[in-house]
Design a protein around this ligand. Structure first.
Ligand code: G4P
Length: 531
């Protein structure tokens, strides 16, 4: 296997994530996908929720207490001679910068929408990151077995909110809650009918009806669906692969993950439409071909997964070449070698060694204390991938050492967690060195900080939440204007990691008010600041 041509193997890989709002059915869909495909490694499938099997990694007590998994799981499975890597995007209480960073490691995203709810907040934020990173998006409208909104209305919402042209590939026959079947728009003369087997088997049986049979089985609904399909064709809502890859359109699928309806067609779409790993752009221009020597991107670093060892595991997306366990790679940031003796394919409790990995695959490197999120690793010719973007934080808290005698440890710990990308650290002259402001995408990041400060740095801290929820990048002049403004509530601080200025506001409304007063002061460089 190690002699395999990485380009040929990479062409068979599809690496993707599901983006959705909590409760849209991501866990259900993940299981349904794995059930349809042949799961190669059930690498701790999904979040343990509602009694469902889960990763249940127990690296932190608070994690156990909350019954959720902090670990991004990766599921690898086979479908039609392709190998699919499905990367989990943590999304409930554990929504954090890591959720966004996963999208730096995938080539495609499946946007899962609840048919009754349409686009929701978390979907919007994650979609923004996909757009920013140029990740093409396939849409799956879930829960069509339950009453919901009209299909055309949902398409309108995607188009008007995301400026993304929806191009249905399957179309529901029957309104939400009264699904009579699906039409594959590439084969509009047939109805795919799903019937539940007597005896209550979960998976619905799929059968293909001719147009005549469909007209008998689902008369008015079949007729209406045929008219809607005609309308979609006339308005040009037809899948175009180039448009999709360019991020201008999204192929749309309908179904019900809980009964496996439409899931096979979605899986086929991931194989047929989602792009294989492509050459990755390099910092300063040029790109790393898939068949170049090994290169990989560290997109997540998880600390303390194994309490006995207090180690760190770095999640690396292979970008080019062949990864072989034991190889020595170079860390681009320092030029120093890193030995990969302990490489794992499986995350959570159940680790097993990975010997070889190809572009699109994810490996976990243990003992990765020297690695940071955004690092490039390589062998052969030097590779430097662009740094991980910084994401707009929405939660802010002042950190203070509980024990003033541990100030030195406190400062060291905070600096280390900042460098690792666990949390963003903000400072200002006004607040002083002993009380930095921590900024996070999700509140769980604060819990991680508190836990690690106490257990790893022996510097327990107190966190006082601040009433800000919006952060925008500004410059020195904007910062001064904000700190002096009497009209707008807000505060400007510097990010210690790169010295840039962040303007914090209690609401979007206040941010807009400031922008009206100082039209040039706010710069749009933070990702996922959905307006
Ligand atoms: P999440 O990971 O995105 O948070 O969602 P999850 O899969 O946990 O699904 C959330 C709820 O939606 C679950 O119900 C699940 O059964 C339901 N669901 C998922 N897909 C479908 C679907 O296609 N149709 C219908 N009708 N329901 C669906 P729950 O009551 O919260 O949990 P459970 O007791 O059913 O597991």
């Amino acid at each position: 296997m190690t002699n395999a041509d990485p380009a040929a193997v990479a062409a068979r890989r599809r690496t993707f994530a599901v983006i959705s709002h909590p409760d849209a059915g991501k866990s259900t869909l993940t299981e349904a996908l794995a059930l349809h495909a042949r799961a190669l490694t059930s690498a701790g499938a999904v979040h343990g929720k509602g009694g469902r099997r889960g990763v249940a990694s127990d690296w932190m007590e608070m994690e156990q207490a909350r019954g959720i998994s902090v670990t991004s799981a990766v599921l690898q499975f086979d479908h039609r001679d392709r190998v699919l890597n499905l990367l989990d995007t943590p999304g409930h209480a554990d929504f954090s910068e890591d959720t966004y960073r996963v999208l730096a490691a995938v080539d495609c995203a499946v946007m899962l929408i609840d048919a009754a709810k349409g686009l929701e907040e978390q979907t919007r934020k994650l979609f923004d990151v996909c757009r920013h990173r140029g990740v093409p998006v396939i849409t799956f409208v879930n829960k069509w077995d339950r009453p919901g909104r009209e299909a055309l209305e949902l398409l309108d919402e995607i188009e008007s909110e995301f400026k993304l042209k929806p191009t249905p590939v399957t179309w529901p026959v029957g309104i939400a809650g009264e699904l009579r079947g699906l039409v594959d728009v590439r084969d509009p003369g047939h109805l795919l009918r799903y019937t539940r087997t007597p005896g209550g088997a979960k998976e619905a049986v799929e059968e293909t009806l001719t147009a005549e049979q469909a007209a008998v089985a689902a008369g008015p609904e079949w007729e209406q669906a045929s008219e809607e399909l005609e309308l979609l064709r006339e308005t040009g809502a037809v899948h175009d692969q180039e448009d999709f890859l360019a991020g201008n359109s999204t192929p749309v699928f309908f179904g019900a993950a809980v009964s496996n309806i439409g899931v096979r067609l979605l899986l086929d779409a991931v194989v047929d439409l989602a792009p294989a790993p492509a050459p990755r752009p390099l910092l300063g221009g040029g790109e790393r071909p898939v068949d170049a020597a090994f290169s990989g991107l560290v997109f997540k670093v998880q600390a303390n997964m194994d309490r006995a060892h207090r180690d760190r595991i770095a999640f690396v997306r292979v970008c080019s070449g062949v990864f072989e366990r034991g190889m020595t790679v170079t860390r681009a940031a320092t030029g120093k070698p890193f030995a990969t003796k302990y490489a794992h394919s499986v995350f959570g409790q159940d680790r097993s060694s990975v010997e070889t990995a190809y572009p699109g695959d994810v490996v976990g490197l243990v003992n990765a204390n020297a690695l940071r999120v955004g690092d490039t690793l390589y062998t052969g010719a030097r590779a430097d991938f662009p740094p991980m973007p910084t994401f707009a934080p929405e939660h802010f808290a002042v950190a203070r050492p509980s024990d003033i005698g541990r100030s030195k440890q406190f400062r060291r710990g905070i600096a280390q967690l900042d460098e690792e990308g666990v949390v963003q650290v903000l400072a200002s002259d006004r607040r002083g060195e002993q009380s930095p402001v921590l900024a996070a995408v999700g509140p769980m990041q604060f819990d991680v900080v508190a836990h690690r400060m106490e257990n790893e740095f022996s510097a327990p801290l107190r966190l006082e939440p601040l009433a800000y929820s919006v952060a925008r990048v500004t410059d020195k002049a904007g910062a001064e204007a904000l700190n002096l403004s009497r009209l707008v509530h807000g505060e400007a601080l510097t990010r210690t990691r790169d010295g840039s200025w962040l303007a914090l506001f209690p609401s979007r409304w206040q941010a807009s008010a400031f922008e009206r007063e100082f039209p040039d002061a706010l710069l749009e460089t933070l990702v996922a600041a959905h307006e």
